[in-house]
Design a protein. Structure first.
Length: 234
């Protein structure tokens, strides 16, 4: 029952509510719905992350029937076909259709790693498989001398920086010879039987080597792979 002089307290008609309260309620409701939609997407309703495809490891080339690991970034330098050395490389390819200069250098990179570590360890079996008979005799003699005096070769190959073909020759007997300059970073030193350093340094040093590899072209017999025939400092 209404009381004289007072509005009906139960009357909730819109025209009797303050306009600012109505607007505030509408804005608050909108913000609640907006937050719920955002948080719902980020927390409870977020799509499961899709697994990323794993990178495909590409195999290295195959040299003389043996897989060669991909190069770790060593720069390669191959003479252009119009140069004297480039023309000889073309002649080698004509006589040995599987020959490719870039693949050859990657094979040299692998052989370089194997040979210097085998020499340091006195691994004659590996050396005999990678060297010509004359080169093996020289390496074997140096290892024998080292063993007799109790000296020890310490070699750690940190990186091969570059490989460059400097020269190539075709011999009358059908052999091909290719000279490669190898620039590498190594820790390389020799100690005596008491552990004192005789030569080299226990620090990373840049080495430049000239290695010559030979192969009998057109031969499929065992032992016809590219083998190290000589090695010297550049």
């Amino acid at each position: 029952m209404p009381v004289d002089g007072m509005d009906n307290p139960m009357d909730f008609s819109l025209d009797r509510l303050p306009v600012d309260i109505v607007l505030f309620a509408l804005v608050a409701g909108f913000l609640v719905l907006r937050l719920r939609s955002v948080l719902g997407r980020r927390v409870g309703l977020q799509a499961a992350p899709q697994p990323q495809p794993r990178p495909v490891e590409r195999p290295g080339p195959v040299i003389e029937g043996r897989p060669v690991p991909p190069t770790a970034g060593a720069k390669i330098d191959i003479p252009t076909p119009e140069t004297r050395v480039g023309q000889i490389l073309t002649q080698i390819r004509q006589r040995e259709t599987t020959f490719d200069a870039a693949d050859f250098l990657r094979g040299v990179e692998t052989a370089f790693r194997q040979i210097i570590l085998a020499y340091a360890a006195g691994d004659r079996a590996t050396l005999k498989d990678c060297l010509t008979a004359d080169a093996y005799a020289a390496f074997d003699g140096a290892i024998t001398t080292r063993e007799g005096t109790g000296e020890k070769q310490h070699t750690e190959l940190r990186a091969i920086d570059s490989l460059a073909i400097l020269d190539a020759q075709l011999q009358p007997d059908g052999r091909a010879a290719v000279e490669v300059k190898v620039v590498s970073d190594q820790v390389n030193y020799v100690t005596d039987k008491d552990g004192a350093v005789l030569s080299g340094a226990d620090a990373v040093t840049e080495f430049s080597d000239l290695w010559v590899f030979e192969r009998l072209l057109g031969a499929n017999m065992s032992g016809a792979a590219w083998r190290l025939s000589s090695a010297r400092s550049a």
